[in-house]
Design a protein around this ligand. Structure first.
Ligand SMILES: [Zn+2]
Length: 260
């Protein structure tokens, strides 16, 4: 074989490998909005920088077994559907999240309603992505898968996103607002596959604090964690991030991993 021909072959195989990498494994579909509010929500999602950043992150970082679709709109969700390999997030869910932040006058806390709503969408997206990764790679999960999905969402946001902790804090606050929906607990709150909203609130805050105890010392104080629990949050976050990266290591493109 002539040398020049060999070089062409080599170059084309390198190109094929990098194309395979660049090939989008994740795509986004926006369903037709059904009213004016949904039209505005769709526009906000399309104008956000977080959604394309998330797509790039997933495409550049994770090897998926099959293409994954993220669908905004529709009626069902938020959920990951293992049969169709789709993450479904309805506009109506985003609308509900936005109203909760408005009712709570969340912008008084210094984060705008629009930013907080987007934060909650991101946490939801990463929670559903966690279910997708667990399903596609048959990752072993001991304990509740819903808790595992929450923790992976927090770890990915914190490790890969600028302001990931702030995103997780807004999501935690949303769990807090949801926890006040009913004054008493019913049986189904306890047999539900999710932990109680109030537990999801504290767990998420615990992981944010544990990821950077100096910067987020105020979280442990505001949440009134005992000294012992605060210490455990640090250990818990280290153990969670270590466990997740160990489980996901075979499916991460090493050269593209650029944890912030
Ligand atoms: Zn879930």
């Amino acid at each position: 074989m002539r040398a020049a021909y060999k070089i062409v072959l080599l170059l084309s195989s390198i190109l094929a490998v990098s194309l395979a990498h660049a090939q989008s494994q994740v795509s986004i579909i926006y369903q037709a909005p059904v009213d004016k509010i949904e039209i505005r929500i769709e526009q906000q999602l399309k104008a956000s920088s977080e959604i394309p950043e998330t797509l790039d992150l997933i495409n550049d970082t994770f090897r998926l077994e099959a293409p994954l679709q993220i669908i905004f709109g529709g009626k069902d969700g938020p959920l990951f559907d293992g049969d169709s390999l789709q993450i479904l997030i309805p506009y109506s869910f985003i609308k509900k999240v936005e109203s909760r932040f408005i009712t709570a006058k969340y912008d008084d806390s210094g984060r705008s309603i629009a930013a907080a709503t987007m934060d909650a969408v991101m946490h939801t997206l990463f929670h559903e992505l966690a279910h997708a990764l667990i399903f596609m790679h048959e990752l072993p999960i001991v304990g509740k898968e819903e808790d595992a999905a929450d923790s992976l969402a927090s770890v990915l946001l914190i490790e890969f996103f600028n302001e990931g902790q702030e995103i997780a804090i807004s999501a935690a606050d949303l769990f807090d607002f949801e926890s006040t929906d009913s004054e008493t607990f019913e049986e189904d709150d306890f047999w539900d596959e999710h932990s109680l909203d109030v537990q999801r609130y504290y767990s998420t805050l615990c992981h944010v604090y544990g990821s950077n105890p100096e910067k987020y010392a105020h979280i442990a104080e505001d949440a009134d964690f005992s000294e012992g629990r605060a210490e455990l949050c640090i250990e818990e976050y280290n153990s969670l991030s270590h466990s997740w990266f160990t489980l996901l290591a075979p499916y991460i493109y090493d050269e593209n991993v650029s944890q912030k």
